[in-house]
Design a protein around this ligand. Structure first.
Ligand SMILES: Cc1ncc(COP(=O)(O)O)c(C=O)c1O
Length: 497
């Protein structure tokens, strides 16, 4: 791939610097800070720089270039009005150290966001500090840990996680020092309460679970699961990555959860991918609130006194919970992401549940359409559902095991084949409980036409020959790469001579 450092214009070209204001003799820099040789900046003109980056941008695939059905990642359209609002100078140019009386507008937005998120999840207190779902998981698990410790309950050293969980759940718990108890899913992919009963005990610190689970199906016995864990003295943690399915319909508080994280970059239309930027606020029930990472925004009375929501004469102020686990990010979290997501939620207001309704409708429609077209093409038996549920929520899983057994074509091959049809591939090989898994999440922002076209092309890819699919992709800037090698041997620096 060509890059800027390959450009070798005339020596000294491609940059300019103003003449120093002081004569060189009067600039006394310590000798060890003075460059011995010129940096190897690319020697290239401005028009070539613009061309280079424009070219580079066309080699990326994103939600703005095509359908992106990446299950569990909720790649939805990011309304441009959110960008405009985040870019208002009174917001974008705020310095994190500005005093509270300069930034009452920003604090009002944060306060409203905290309130909205706590209502959506049925929680009592929210912090906007963590900047990823996984970081939110870790922070919330640490709050749970401190809660047990504060009660002298030191022997709880186990966290229960279903085998369909996202890998970040056990990873976050292990980072906090817990051992993982993995519980196998029961028939149909649901949580098995008998198995759960057999593993909870005096050593249970928490259970981490997402609902709908990673098979895209709602756990019907989640309230009983919460009761079982609570009866043993454990806490319930809700992985909010799948909020797109339930927002405004039900909430984790009603299901018996004590702590949740939200992925603003998924559910609340924050641009993401490629590792960021994200925002993973957490919400907790009141008994965990004193441990949250701060700062949190509170309404305070203008005159000194107790914090009260009732007073007419109030202002917004930062607040640190008294037994906080400490900060998990600098300053106030990812403020830009919070603003965009606030703008998104403000556009929906009380109709926010339509978002989930349409996400679930799209997912069920696409699942049905794929099966219908596959049957018509005589290959219906090559793909089976990851769950036996009649209806799914916002995403669904397919097992391509029959196709692999019959033809040698794997889920990876189909994913690569879809790239040649101009699509981002669905998530593959997750959740681990579905063999040769493909996880498809269309989101609410795709039209019926887009879904129909995708279903049609998906079935066409299923019918391609093994030779074609083993060689795919052939139309993308980069062909099939050794992904394990790429992930384990990252080259992050350009080799300068
Ligand atoms: C079910 C589930 N939980 C947790 C996470 C972690 O979220 P993040 O990527 O924001 O760290 C993800 C991310 O894909 C997820 O799908």
């Amino acid at each position: 791939m060509s890059h800027l450092f390959d450009s070798h214009g005339a020596v000294g070209s491609g940059w300019s610097q103003p003449e120093p204001l002081l004569p060189e003799s009067r600039i006394s820099l310590p000798a060890n800070l003075i460059r011995r040789k010129m940096p190897q900046w690319p020697r290239i003109s401005e028009s070539e720089v613009v061309r280079h980056f424009t070219w580079l941008s066309t080699r990326n695939f994103g939600i703005d270039t095509g359908f992106y059905p990446l299950g569990s990642c909720t790649m939805k359209h990011n309304p441009r009005v959110n960008e405009t609002i985040a870019d208002i100078s009174g917001i974008a140019e705020i310095h994190p150290m500005q005093p509270e009386h300069h930034i009452q507008g920003l604090l009002a937005i944060f306060s409203e966001m905290q309130k909205m998120l706590s209502i959506c999840a049925g929680m009592d207190e929210v912090t906007l500090q963590p900047v990823a779902g996984a970081q939110g998981e870790f922070a919330a698990i640490r709050c749970i840990q401190e809660y047990h410790r504060a009660r002298g309950d030191e022997i709880r050293d186990k966290v229960i996680v279903p085998d369909s969980a996202h890998g970040t759940n056990p990873a976050s718990a292990v980072m906090a020092g817990y051992q993982i108890i993995e519980v196998p899913s029961g028939p149909g992919g649901f949580l098995d309460l008998e198995v759960l009963r057999s593993v909870v005990g005096d050593d249970t610190a928490a259970m981490m679970i997402t609902n709908p689970n990673t098979l895209g199906i709602f756990e019907p016995e989640i309230a009983e699961a919460s009761e079982i864990v609570h009866a043993a003295g454990g806490q319930m943690y809700y992985d909010g990555a799948n909020f797109n399915a339930i927002l405004g319909k039900t909430n984790p508080g009603l299901m018996g959860f004590d702590a949740v994280h939200y992925n603003l970059h998924k559910t609340f239309a924050q641009p993401h991918g490629g590792g960021g930027p994200g925002s993973g606020p957490i919400g907790v029930k009141s008994h965990l609130a004193e441990f949250l990472p701060g700062p949190i925004v509170k309404r305070r009375p203008l005159v000194d006194g107790d914090i009260t929501e009732a007073s007419d004469e109030w202002w917004f102020s930062w607040y640190e919970p008294k037994n906080s686990i400490g900060k998990v990010h600098q300053w106030h979290g990812n403020a830009g992401a919070v603003i965009r997501s606030w703008a998104y939620y403000r556009r929906y207001g009380r109709t926010l549940k339509q978002m989930s309704e349409h996400a679930v409708l799209n997912s069920n429609y696409l699942r049905h359409r794929i099966h219908q077209l596959a049957s018509e093409a005589g290959i219906g038996s090559m793909i089976v559902d990851g769950s036996s549920a009649k209806f799914v929520k916002h995403e669904f899983t397919l097992s391509l095991s029959p196709l692999k057994e019959a033809t040698g074509i794997s889920a990876l091959d189909i994913a690569k084949g879809l790239l040649d049809y101009g699509y981002m591939a669905p998530t593959i090989y997750f959740p681990l409980v579905v063999p040769e898994c493909m996880m498809v999440e269309p989101t609410e922002t795709e039209s019926k036409e887009t879904l129909d076209k995708f279903a049609e092309n998906f079935v066409k890819v299923l019918q391609e020959s093994p030779e074609v699919l083993h060689a795919a992709p052939i139309t993308t800037p980069v062909g099939r790469v050794d992904e394990v090698h790429a992930a384990r041997n990252l080259t992050l620096r350009h080799p300068m001579e």
